[in-house]
Write a protein that binds this ligand. Structure first.
Ligand SMILES: *Cc1c(COP(=O)(O)O)cnc(C)c1O
Length: 396
């Protein structure tokens, strides 16, 4: 389907073509729940698998298929299943793969709902779970010295942008018999290639950079043909974790400009991170593309750029952070990320408010931390707004 020689920018537009007899330029949206058969024989043969024919959009849909195929080719994965949301991707991947009595190990710094699945949901089904500090490799070795079914990590992590050594964790996971699942949302499909670093499954919230324009929710799971078809697909098909064809079409439109957007956003984020670091009143800046990031060397080796997220801490704790957010004129207060518009959130009182104070302290989420998702505005306008915010924090 794809010319192997095409570069990424071309593939984002042209991989997995699905043009109908009408010759439309853009992909068609197949907004249909079901499909009809020419004969009873054809219907029967479809169900036995002797004939390839769409059956029902919970099982498969031409627009969703195009998205899945294009994402798989982009990631270098055998297969992809698109899901209703990013959490649909994470929950289905874990629940389809693990059984009662088995064990899951995850890095401590993971997205709030992923944290809930690992610490609250899986134990309810008799699955043992353990959290490990991402950069403590002695702890990884210890946790993975016992047979384990799955390892879930996020790198860079939310919200403090810790960078985990994916290859090193993949080796330890494989020795324990586990599949390594990487939530690659913060890096985006263009910023980091976990499969090349030894991961087995890659998870996306397509809501973030892939749509990246604040319109739809969506998710994707990518992995080997066998695992996707035999383990994940029966689960998603029968539990109903399906992406709407309309949302799939929006995400295909998002892919067309993904490289342009992520490159411009990462360049803006790098400029903004440096400007923040130079502002009086900024206690710390975390950006994987900066030399002062605690895992700068790993970031340089496994990421193509520093990404579009920056975490920074202002003076005066929560009062300072709130004053900063409230002083913004351009930057919007929102817990979404990867958007064309720059968005800022206060993790301690929003995304991580359900996490205990003790756990927040372990994650480095102090009361003065703000997570910034840098968008496509002119960097100078962003820096002016951030300077106003940081000044307000100092006065708080
Ligand atoms: C947003 C996000 C998710 C969940 O995605 P939804 O589309 O909101 O369900 C999972 N992991 C990370 C890192 C995210 O940023």
């Amino acid at each position: 389907m794809s010319s192997k020689n095409w570069r990424t920018a071309t593939r984002l537009l042209h991989d997995a073509p699905n043009r109908t007899e009408f010759g439309e330029t853009s992909e068609a949206i197949f907004l249909t729940s079901g499909f009809v058969y020419d004969s009873a024989e054809q219907a029967a043969a479809t169900f036995t698998g002797d004939v390839e024919h769409f059956q029902y959009s919970r099982f498969g849909n031409p627009t969703v298929d195009t998205l899945q195929e294009r994402l798989a080719l982009l990631e270098g994965a055998d297969a992809c299943i698109a899901t209703s949301t990013g959490m649909g991707a994470v929950s289905s991947a874990l629940l389809a793969h693990v059984k009662t009595g088995e064990r899951v190990v995850a890095s401590r710094a993971i997205f709030g709902s992923c944290y809930w699945i690992v610490t609250s949901l899986l134990p309810r089904y008799g699955i043992e779970t353990e959290l490990v500090d991402g950069d403590d490799y002695a702890a990884w070795e210890k946790a993975l010295s016992r047979p384990t079914a799955a390892v879930l990590i996020e790198s860079p992590s939310n919200p403090m942008l810790d960078v985990l050594d994916i290859r090193r964790i993949a080796d330890l996971a494989h020795k324990a018999g586990a599949l390594l699942m990487v939530d690659n949302v913060f890096a985006s499909p263009l910023g980091q290639h976990p499969l090349k670093l030894g991961a087995d499954v890659v998870l996306y919230s397509c809501t973030k950079h892939i749509d990246g324009q604040g319109r739809v929710l969506g998710g994707a799971v990518l992995g080997s043909e066998t695992w996707i078809k035999e383990t994940l697909q029966p689960f998603t098909r029968n539990t109903g974790n399906a992406l709407s064809p309309f949302n799939a079409w929006i995400l295909l439109k998002g892919l067309e400009t993904l490289q342009l957007r992520t490159k411009a956003m990462a360049a803006n984020a790098a400029t903004v991170a440096d400007a923040l670091a130079a502002l009086p009143g900024v206690v710390q800046v975390r950006y994987p593309g900066r030399a002062d990031h605690p895992q700068a060397e790993i970031a340089r080796q496994q990421m193509n750029d520093g990404g579009s997220l920056v975490a920074f801490e202002v003076e005066n704790g929560q009062a300072g952070a709130f004053a900063c957010l409230n002083a913004f004129d351009l930057v919007a207060i929102s817990n979404n990320l990867g958007d064309a518009r720059t968005l800022a959130t206060h993790p301690a009182t929003t995304t991580h408010m359900r996490v205990s104070a003790e756990e927040r302290a372990k994650l480095g989420i102090t009361a003065g931390v703000i997570r910034l998702s840098v968008g496509l505005e002119d960097a100078a306008d962003l820096i002016a707004d951030l300077t106003r915010g940081v000044e307000a924090a100092r006065q708080a």
